[in-house]
Design a protein around this ligand. Structure first.
Ligand SMILES: *Cc1c(COP(=O)(O)O)cnc(C)c1O
Length: 380
């Protein structure tokens, strides 16, 4: 592959922090970069309680532990997402209930959520949490969703792994719900080579999360443990990379948005559809995802044609209710139409990196247009 979906894109500021870690021998976990990265993230997203973790998955696991989710509980989660939004539900022994998407943003449908909560309330067993995802960096209908969660008294967790820098009514995604988290995996909008950040509600919750992330040591002179802990802290070297990356986050958002706008403009004659920005929101357009018109070009044909031209593309996430590992889980749609399945079957993500050259993007666009015209000729 010559043109990749989303490459790590260094700013040039990372080595200063990494070298500092080496020269001061803070190569071991923890150290000044971890504290610095947490504080700088807190400033950037305007939220007081940040906890750096070894991954986004670890951050979500900690959120569920802090909420006391246990074996036999249920947790509602958007079905159309990456599996890491759901796996931690199983880590704590709880059962996921999957919620369908709506057509505008492709994220959790507020109507389907309400229906699922009404059903759960009738059975007398509300979920311990709701997990909403801002897929590909497009803001979910998070105001409505938060309102519904508050009505039923269920905490809301925002999976903002893909949406750092995306906003709703001036607030950063990740800070709107009760808990939120980001991922700094290698393919995300900024990276620490691997890492995450959890946002919690209070300093005491942060302290508890920190304890759980560091093997749950009690504050005594010997090793004493009253609860099961984890090794989930971000390393000081990784945090140094994150500090260098965070300095250019706004440029990265602008670059990905420009990539999206160019695709959208040049594909206009083809009638594709895209995730929409709801009023007062700004997407970071981490990946440009689009819906092909069902009749013309099949997703898999296009993925193969692109691959033959050295271009990486990817099907939209396969919904969780269609995954064999979650085959026993409940799935709630508004009226029986399976929206997330349709979005998956016709959905494709195109190269969207912030360092994608204009020439490279035109190569992607040309290949898509050529594939379309070959298919159009065949059907005449
Ligand atoms: C990347 C991602 C995660 C997990 O983050 P990691 O840092 O890779 O553990 C969770 N949810 C979504 C939607 C993601 O894209």
């Amino acid at each position: 592959m010559k043109i990749l979906l989303s490459r790590p894109h260094m700013s040039g500021y990372e080595m200063k922090y990494v070298e500092e870690a080496f020269s001061t021998n803070w190569v071991a976990p923890l150290g000044p970069n971890v504290d610095g990265f947490e504080q700088e993230m807190a400033t950037y997203v305007d939220h007081s309680f940040t906890l750096a973790t070894s991954s986004g998955t670890a951050a979500l696991h900690l959120a569920l532990l802090l909420l006391g989710v246990e074996r036999g509980d249920s947790v509602f989660c958007q079905s159309l997402t990456f599996v890491a939004s759901v796996n931690p539900i199983r880590y704590v022994g709880a059962n996921p209930v999957f919620i369908d998407s709506e057509d505008a943003t492709w994220n959790m449908s507020p109507q389907a959520l309400r229906k699922a909560l009404v059903q759960a309330a009738t059975k007398g067993k509300l979920p311990k949490a709701v997990i909403v995802v801002h897929l590909y960096g497009v803001v979910a209908k998070v105001g409505e969703i938060r309102h519904i969660c508050q009505e039923f008294g269920v905490p809301l967790i925002e999976d903002a792994a893909e949406s750092l820098g995306a906003t709703w009514k001036g607030q950063m995604t990740g800070t709107i719900g009760d808990f939120g988290f980001y991922s700094f995996n290698g393919n995300k909008i900024i990276t620490t080579s691997g890492g995450g950040m959890l946002l919690v509600r209070s300093e005491s919750e942060r302290q508890h999360g920190l304890k759980l992330a560091t093997q749950a040591r009690e504050r005594v002179h010997y090793y004493e443990h009253n609860e099961v802990g984890y090794n989930y802290r971000l390393s000081n070297v990784s945090a140094g990379i994150g500090r260098g990356q965070l300095q250019v986050i706004e440029q990265r958002v602008q670059a990905r948005r420009r990539v999206f706008m160019r695709y959208e403009r040049l594909f206009r004659p083809l009638g594709f559809t895209y995730q929409e920005e709801i009023p007062h929101s700004r997407a970071n357009r981490w990946l440009t995802a689009l819906q092909l018109n069902q009749t013309d070009m099949s997703r898999d044909v296009l993925i193969d044609r692109l691959a033959n031209s050295g271009i990486e593309s990817r099907a939209v996430w396969k919904p969780m209710h269609l995954q064999p590992v979650f085959k026993d889980a409940e799935y709630v749609t508004v009226d029986g139409e399976d929206v997330s399945r349709r979005l998956f079957e016709n959905g494709i993500c195109l190269p969207s990196g912030s360092d994608l050259k204009i020439g490279e993007q035109h190569q992607v666009i040309r290949t898509v247009l050529e594939t379309q015209s070959v298919i159009a000729e065949k059907t005449v």
